[in-house]
Design a protein around this ligand. Structure first.
Ligand SMILES: Cc1cc2nc3c(=O)[nH]c(=O)nc-3n(C[C@H](O)[C@H](O)[C@H](O)COP(=O)(O)OP(=O)(O)OC[C@H]3O[C@@H](n4cnc5c(N)ncnc54)[C@H](O)[C@@H]3O)c2cc1C
Length: 320
């Protein structure tokens, strides 16, 4: 009889874990409250060079390779995961920023382009870093495909207590398994299994404006990002003030004005129609490992959920 795994949370952490666990012969159940899934970001970048510091996280190249391989496997199995392995462009404003980025690049494939080569880039940029291994993907579609391909039993419900392979749902149901993996993201952080004050986690909300047209063929990112999406494109960023707890994300007019300004600095937005908006909250402060006798946690993926989530989930599952 195969062992059973209960995964709490069906975002990219939980869906990847369910997929890898099923491949290793586990019987998997995924329970999800259906709330506040950061992973449903309409277009997520696979970008190994982070933020305005240009930091390259450890294992970024490995994470990129795993996520692209996963999408290829799912596509071969007949699932549709809109994505573009287009490369990512990171314009930099000055020579000092270029030098800072360059120091981190090591053997990551890259090229520096003159701004003119970067299509519709707004004026005033010093250079653009082209990362050919990067791209974009549809977050919700990838999670859906992973869950479907895993064959996991999917349960809708909110876990209110979990211990020793058991989870109690808000409606009184109880789920049991040989092992329990907590992947509750920002929304689930208050109910996580481990409470370790030395590992501080913080919540940060952001917003994407969905656009009727794709803003160019490849993502552009500095301060905010413009990227193609399954339909049209997006302009987005995670820019609200970090908070100690999750609260429903909301975008104020001033934060939308900030976002539009950042977008406009990347490329002229005239002619792009905004069709809607999507807001989510990500949790920073990585926790990946065992937190109890038969309990594990994968959370705090920050802004690198799609870059590192599948890789870290595969490793965690192999050690269950
Ligand atoms: C605006 C924005 C832009 C982003 N852009 C990118 C990007 O370009 N590239 C990138 O790699 N990442 C990006 N991210 C980050 C990425 O979305 C997150 O790192 C990732 O989605 C986190 O995945 P997760 O599975 O840990 O959590 P989530 O996706 O939040 O999933 C957690 C799930 O757990 C469930 N849950 C929680 N508590 C309970 C409970 N008690 N009982 C049952 N279910 C529960 C929730 O319903 C939810 O579905 C972005 C995030 C935001 C907000």
């Amino acid at each position: 009889m195969s062992r059973s795994l209960l995964v709490v949370g069906g975002g990219i952490a939980g869906a990847s874990a369910a997929y890898w666990a099923a491949q290793s012969g586990w019987r998997v159940t995924v329970v999800d409250a259906g709330q506040a899934k950061a992973s449903e970001v309409p277009s997520a970048l696979l970008n190994p060079v982070r933020g305005q510091s240009g930091r390259v996280p450890p294992r970024a190249a490995e994470g990129l390779a795993v996520t692209w391989a996963l999408i290829r496997q799912l596509t071969e199995q007949g699932y549709t995961v809109p994505h573009g392995r287009t490369g990512v462009l990171r314009p930099v404003p000055d020579a000092a920023t270029q030098a800072r980025f360059q120091r981190n690049l090591a053997d990551l494939p890259h090229e520096w382009w003159l701004p003119e080569r970067a299509g519709d880039l707004a004026s005033g940029w010093h250079a653009a870093l082209h990362l050919p291994e990067g791209g974009w993907l549809d977050g919700a579609a990838l999670c859906r495909a992973l869950l479907a391909a895993s064959g996991a039993q999917e349960v809708t419900g909110k876990v209110v207590a979990a211990a020793e392979g058991r989870a109690r749902l808000a409606d009184g149901r109880e789920l049991r398994a040989d092992a329990l993996l907590w992947c509750g993201g920002s929304f689930g952080a208050e109910r996580r299994l481990s409470v370790d004050a030395s590992q501080i986690q913080s919540h940060r909300a952001g917003t994407l404006l969905t656009l009727a047209q794709a803003p160019g063929g490849q993502p552009l990112s500095f301060g905010a990002y413009l990227a193609p999406a399954a339909q049209g494109g997006v302009l987005g960023a995670t820019f609200e003030r970090p908070a100690a707890a999750w609260s429903p994300p909301e975008s104020t007019l001033s934060s939308l004005a900030w976002l539009l300004d950042k977008g406009q600095r990347l490329r002229p937005l005239a002619g792009l129609d905004v069709t809607g908006s999507w807001s989510g909250t990500r949790l920073s402060g990585l926790r990946a490992g065992q937190v109890g006798a038969s309990e594990w946690e994968l959370s705090g993926l920050g802004s690198k959920g799609y870059l590192l989530g599948p890789l870290l989930a595969r490793e965690l599952v192999s050690g269950l």
